[in-house]
Ligand binder design. Sequence first.
Ligand SMILES: Cc1cc2nc3c(=O)[nH]c(=O)nc-3n(C[C@H](O)[C@H](O)[C@H](O)COP(=O)(O)O)c2cc1C
Length: 169
Amino acid sequence: MKIAILNGSPRKENTYAMCEAFAEGAKEAGHEVEILNVGKMKIAGCLGCEYCHTKGEGACIQKDDMDQVIEAYKTADMVVFASSIYYFSMTAQLSAAIQRMYCIGKPAATKAALLLSSASPNVYDGPIGTYKGITAFTGIQDMGIITACGEENKSEAKLAEVKALAASL
Ligand SMILES: Cc1cc2nc3c(=O)[nH]c(=O)nc-3n(C[C@H](O)[C@H](O)[C@H](O)COP(=O)(O)O)c2cc1C
């Protein structure tokens, strides 16, 4: 299976550690994995102009780093959404990358997972709600949600949990 991990954090720290653990477990299980660091990409918000659904024939009018993510949406069998929590949300970059999915309707993937990193506990309702909405709307199967807060970040136990999820796919 081809797996695209969308790392919404602009840093290679806590969320990235979970992305790497996921990639390691998945690769050991024989999957092909690509981490896209969307947190560092220039991805503008959707303009809602409907160009993609009219003249654009599925292509967005905006030309930015989203082209790389669209390619992953079109080819990956599984998409992993990973993000740091910023003010009870996914990062703006990952939110933009999700909303810009609009031009293709839904990704080719049939499986998804969610990895979230925060400083405090009980801050995940927003991102989990978004993720569950997307999986229900697109019919993509949720393979698991893992959160890491405070000291759990980069801990051996948490990274082992992430790796085990990826190995079990
Ligand atoms: C702009 C900003 C907003 C944040 N908002 C929250 C928040 O609402 N709740 C929380 O628990 N942590 C919040 N944090 C802390 C990060 O979620 C936390 O440090 C996380 O582990 C960072 O992940 P990263 O190292 O992968 O970037 C915020 C951090 C930043 C920079």
